[in-house]
Design a protein around this ligand. Structure first.
Ligand code: C2E
Ligand code: CA
Ligand code: CA
Length: 709
């Protein structure tokens, strides 16, 4: 262990020498003996000893007590006084310098050693205490919370700088005051004073937390939202010594909470209330009506017409900007108490609180429609849109918010059907229609699972030989109680509710399987006789080359797993790709041109052929005929119908056939009902024909039987 260094201050040289010898013998180091107060101060500063042994009575100059005072002020070291006699005055004066001991002369080595060691121990102990205290203060000064402590009687004893800043009170001023005066806390809502947590924790002997929504009033009268707690402080005998309080400025937290709450309930694009908030307000209105039946309200759904077109042609940014600018126009058309919300996409919902008569509701709808008719100037474009509005009055006597929104939706769709820029008020009739529709939707959704779909096959023949070239698979719905429904009665609905893709896939699988079966039944081609299929005795074909045509809704092209699914079906059924012709309509190119082109190219890699159906009815833009990989074109039956009587139709058909041939595509004429129509088409060079003249769509079993004959 390092030896402790002791400075001896003693003006009697003999005693000093003796003392030095004793100390060295005891294991201390004594680098110097000094004889005057001044010398003592200089030597202490110079040597930095661990302890000073100080004679109180020094013969000249400063006495020991004064020298010790100066030394302890400069250096944090213990001093022990040596004295031969001690009058009360001297002792009193000495004790002011907080000495670590007195040794009366003469003394023994043992006594000396005990005193020195006790002084060292005491000094070390005090040092530790002091360090702890400093550490604690540093912590309290650096934390971001305000901390204040009181004594057991509830008077302030301590405040850290944050607490000072929060209250505007300096610690020095606050000490000894009541926390109720320095920390004035009020309830944000009731504005009543709240019992100070420090005092409450002292009273209750327990940790207490601030209630929500508490404001701290600063000395200057400002208000800060605060949170947190106070707790009693116990000494080691378990008695309450005081209390400590921690206060946190919750301004930021509140701001963040408010922002989060706002975000959860508002649409980020338009800043309007979102669906959640709208449903909440609607629920409140429903509840209020339940309590007071004379209260009423109106729900309106506003859907922008043509929004999708704008979005698709001018881009999402323009679309978004348009939605942003629609919001203030909606608001401007309504009272400030009404709620305008964006439910999603281009659909807005409105709640007119307290409106019970239909005239007011219609008037509001008209104002909205007129307001939205005015052009929007966005990105240098003058955009014209219109809106369809569905209105539902709360007087319709059924239930919840979901029903109301659904009814408004039904009315909105009716308005859309009526034409752009109109509104409809929901009525019970619509409800009935909607219910019928809903039941039908449900039934249709389950039609595949309940095995109610059928596939019929209509031959497509070579016009010259009338040999069967292909069979078009046409779906039917065997609906219990309603008989065999034709596709026109359910395909549009299936497209609306999105089950068409499942139906088409099911039909494709059936058709592929069926063709496989027929192919395995034998060789030779098929011919037509009396509206039925027969084995073609004259055929020179060694094996059947009959293909299958399957209709494909344009909805498929909005999904991207189409090709994978089709490849899977071909693989499962073992049908070779080149026997399959997929019939698509022009709408595919209009709705999803880019995706469609890519998917068609991929389909072609499966070796299937692409057939453009109903040609002439749609946009009939000839430009995409060569932009897309189309193998053949089917001329719509509306043209064939008039071909024998209407020269204009005839010329159109001629032009289409010529164009297709120029582009290397084969042509099928649909809906051939008379021999005359067939003959004209033959003359025009049309390759294939389909129609009641040759055969109706037949069910699979009928065809199988005919082939077995
Ligand atoms: P489409 O693709 O134009 O099918 C031809 C339709 O014309 C069939 O009606 C057929 O029965 C009818 N037809 C055939 N020859 C004649 C004729 O000489 N005169 C007249 N007036 N009509 C004739 P169907 O079976 O009622 O199908 C109607 C439409 O439903 C089809 O028109 C097609 O667009 C759609 N469709 C049928 N099956 C499916 C399917 O599985 N998936 C999809 N997506 N659509 C299908
Ligand atoms: Ca077709
Ligand atoms: Ca067709």
């Amino acid at each position: 262990m390092e030896r402790k260094v002791i400075l001896v201050v003693e003006d009697e040289v003999v005693i000093a020498m003796d003392l030095q010898a004793t100390l060295i013998e005891l294991g201390y180091e004594v680098p110097a003996i000094v004889t005057s107060g001044e010398a003592a101060i200089a030597a202490a500063l110079d040597l930095g000893p661990d302890l000073v042994l100080m004679d109180i009575c020094l013969s000249d100059g400063v006495d020991g007590i004064a020298a010790a005072a100066q030394i302890t002020q400069a250096l944090d070291i213990p001093v022990i006084y040596l004295t031969a006699y001690a009058d009360d005055d001297t002792l009193a004066r000495a004790s002011l310098t907080t000495p670590f001991g007195y040794i009366l002369k003469p003394f023994e080595a043992r006594e000396l050693r005990a005193n020195i060691e006790i002084a060292f121990y005491k000094h070390r102990f005090e040092q530790t205490l002091k360090e702890n205290r400093q550490w604690l203060l540093a912590v309290l000064n650096s934390i971001s919370e305000g901390v204040a402590a009181s004594d057991a009687s509830g008077l302030i004893k301590f405040m850290n700088p944050v607490a000072e800043a929060m209250t505007g009170w300096a610690q020095a001023e606050a000490i000894g005051r009541s926390p109720a005066e320095v920390f004035q806390l009020v309830d944000e809502v009731t504005r009543t004073l709240i019992e100070n947590p420090l005092l409450r924790s002292l009273r209750e002997h327990n940790t207490v937390y601030l209630p929500d929504n508490v404001l701290l009033l600063t000395r200057a009268g400002y208000e800060t939202p605060v949170a947190d707690s106070a707790a009693p402080i116990y000494n080691n005998r378990g008695q309450t010594e005081g209390a400590v309080m921690v206060l946190r400025d919750s301004t930021n937290q509140r701001r963040m909470e408010a922002q989060l709450e706002h975000n959860a309930l508002h649409d980020t694009l338009t800043q309007l209330p979102n669906r959640a908030l709208f449903l909440d307000r609607l629920q409140q209105a429903v509840d209020r009506q339940a309590r007071s039946p004379e209260f009423g309200f109106v729900v309106m759904l506003v859907d922008l017409d043509r929004f999708k077109v704008i979005n698709d042609t001018l881009g999402h940014l323009v679309g978004d900007q348009l939605l942003v600018e629609v919001a203030p126009r909606l608001k401007a058309s309504l009272r400030s108490v009404d709620t305008v919300a964006r439910l999603g996409g281009d659909e807005f919902a409105i709640l007119l609180d307290g409106v019970t008569d239909v005239t007011t509701a219609c008037y509001s709808a008209e104002r909205i429609i007129n307001e939205l008719k005015k052009p929007f100037a966005i990105n240098g474009h003058d955009l014209f849109i219109s809106a369809s509005v569905g209105i539902v009055l709360s007087s319709i006597p059924y239930g919840g918010t979901v029903d109301l929104l659904r009814d408004a939706d039904i009315a909105m769709y009716q308005a859309k059907r009526q034409g752009q820029g109109s509104y409809r008020v929901f009525n019970a009739d619509m409800h009935h229609q909607a219910q019928v529709l809903m039941r039908r939707e449900q039934a249709l959704t389950q039609a595949i699972a309940h095995n109610q779909l059928r596939v019929h096959y209509q031959p497509i023949v070579w016009l010259d030989t009338q040999a069967v070239a292909s069979l078009e698979a046409l779906v039917r719905w065997q609906k219990p109680g309603e008989g065999l429904l034709s596709p026109d009665q359910f395909i549009p609905l299936a497209e609306d509710i999105g089950v068409i893709t499942h139906i088409d896939q099911w039909v494709l699988r059936q058709a592929c399987q069926q063709l496989q079966t027929w192919q395995q039944m034998g060789t030779g081609g098929w011919g037509m006789a009396d509206g039925g299929i027969v084995r073609d005795a004259h055929s020179t074909e060694p094996s059947p080359t009959i293909a299958i045509n399957v209709n494909l809704s344009s909805n498929h092209f909005a999904k991207n797993n189409l090709v994978k699914i089709f490849a899977g079906i071909l693989q499962d059924t073992g049908l070779e790709g080149h026997y399959l012709k997929l019939e698509i309509t022009e709408s595919v190119f209009i709705e999803n041109a880019k995706e469609a082109a890519a998917m068609l190219a991929e389909l072609k890699r499966l070796n299937v052929q692409i057939c453009l159906d109903d040609f002439g009815t749609g946009y009939s833009s000839l430009s995409y005929l060569h932009q897309f990989p189309i193998d053949m074109v089917k001329i719509d039956r509306s043209f064939i119908k008039g071909i024998a009587t209407d020269t204009e139709k005839l010329e159109i058909v001629r032009a289409i056939i010529n164009l297709c041939h120029t582009l290397g595509m084969a042509v099928t004429a649909e809906g051939i009902e008379t021999p005359r129509q067939r003959d004209i088409l033959l003359e025009l060079g049309c390759e294939y024909g389909q129609g009641y003249l040759f055969a109706q769509p037949l069910d699979g079993a009928t065809i199988t039987q005919a082939l077995q004959r």
